[in-house]
Design a binder for this molecule. Structure first.
Ligand code: FMN
Length: 357
């Protein structure tokens, strides 16, 4: 199969990690890419200029040592501000700009944004066109992520997809839920298939893809050019190589060795602490550790213990000790049973600074 391209940029494969605010930071994206993800979009960066110098935004804009292409997602409600945000990020290394119209948060920058924009088709298209025009002199392709529509009676992804393609959007990702659904219910793939039929730019299918079989089935059902995995990659970044292996051979890979998990997780933590620093790092690492151990023996008890530790070195050592002990009991992790767990509640997604999706 020929390589998939975003505009002129070739991608390593058709398995993408989804942008997840607070999760897919540079250390986690790098890990997913090293373990088989062909493409990763960074967490959303606001289009609000007054927040660009904030620590949170500068961490989100950190791409040090990350293998390309570097893709930055922007969110906002005004075309001119979004165009400016695109240029700001391009001048700081973004090779692809992704527009967020998929986030269910009620408000971004105190206005309806993210997937709420799908209700205002004229504004949504105006934003897409302005960002494409701003990125054009830099030869930077612009992509867009959306949902199937505003609500079940108003699934306008196909209508919008045609218009987005018309103004120069070079790839469309569709999460198979409506804005109204938040993260509830199940993703549906028929609308994604209809979007694929309607446009000639690459289409990426997203939503509830949590196993190699599901990746195969969604690709077949939608005809999409790629699949994007979010929650199922939390604490399981090797899911991408498992999917790649299954799609290639029809067979399952053996789960990772405990020794490999030990190396990956301890390196992930080091990288995490160096990005966030001691105080923030020890706390923000907890959710990652919890995801890694959630289906392991003693995992729940260990998670509770980790939440009491306030020091990076102590946290790191506790993880090392837990995995050393696990290594005495088993060589490999148990076969994954339930993959998707660490979701986002709609409340969690409504951050005051409007930075979340
Ligand atoms: C914690 C969390 C944060 C998210 N942040 C973003 C974001 O910044 N931008 C975005 O477009 N989507 C965001 N999403 C949505 C995901 O990219 C994806 O569309 C959704 O989780 C469905 O895919 P999944 O079923 O594979 O998780 C987020 C999802 C979660 C769970």
């Amino acid at each position: 199969m020929p390589a998939l391209h975003i505009g002129h940029i070739p991608l390593a494969n058709r398995l993408f990690v989804a942008p997840m605010a607070g999760v897919t930071d540079r250390p986690f994206r790098q890990l997913c890419k090293a373990l088989g993800a062909g493409y990763a979009v960074s967490e959303m960066v606001t289009s609000r200029k007054d927040l660009w110098n904030s620590l949170k935004t500068s961490r989100r804009a950190n791409h040090e040592g990350e293998p390309g292409p570097i893709a930055v997602q922007i969110a906002g409600t005004e075309a001119a501000m979004m165009a400016e945000a695109a240029v700001y990020n391009i001048e700081r290394g973004a090779e692809i700009i992704d527009i967020n119209m998929g986030c269910p948060a009620k408000k971004v920058c105190n206005k309806w944004a993210g997937s709420a924009l799908m209700q205002n088709e004229a504004l949504a298209v105006e934003i897409a066109a302005a960002v494409v025009e701003a990125a054009r002199p830099y030869n930077v392709p612009v992509t867009l992520k959306m949902r199937t529509g505003w609500c079940s009676e108003h699934r306008n992804a196909v209508v919008l997809a045609r218009q987005f393609e018309g103004v120069g959007i070079q790839m469309l990702t569709v999460h198979g839920r409506t804005r109204e659904q938040g993260y509830k219910g199940f993703a549906e793939y028929d609308t994604i298939a209809a979007v694929k039929q309607a446009v000639s730019v690459p289409v990426v299918a997203n939503g509830d893809i949590d196993s190699p079989e599901k990746a195969r089935d969604v690709l077949a059902r939608t005809g999409a050019d790629a699949v994007m995995v979010g929650r199922a990659a939390q604490g399981r970044p090797w899911i991408f190589r498992e999917m790649a292996h299954f799609l290639e051979t029809g067979e399952h890979m053996a789960p990772p060795l405990v020794a490999e998990l030990r190396r990956l997780l301890l390196e992930h933590l080091q990288d995490h602490y160096s990005l966030y620093g001691e105080g923030t790092g020890v706390r923000s690492a907890r959710k990652h550790i919890a995801w890694y151990v959630r289906s392991l023996p003693g995992g729940e008890q260990f998670r509770q213990h980790i939440n009491t530790i306030e020091d990076c070195a102590v946290q790191w050592q506790a993880v090392a000790d837990y995995l050393d002990a696990l290594g005495q009991q088993m060589d490999r992790l148990p076969m994954a049973t339930v993959a998707t767990a660490g979701g986002a509640t709609d409340a969690e997604l409504d951050e005051p600074a409007g930075m979340t999706a």
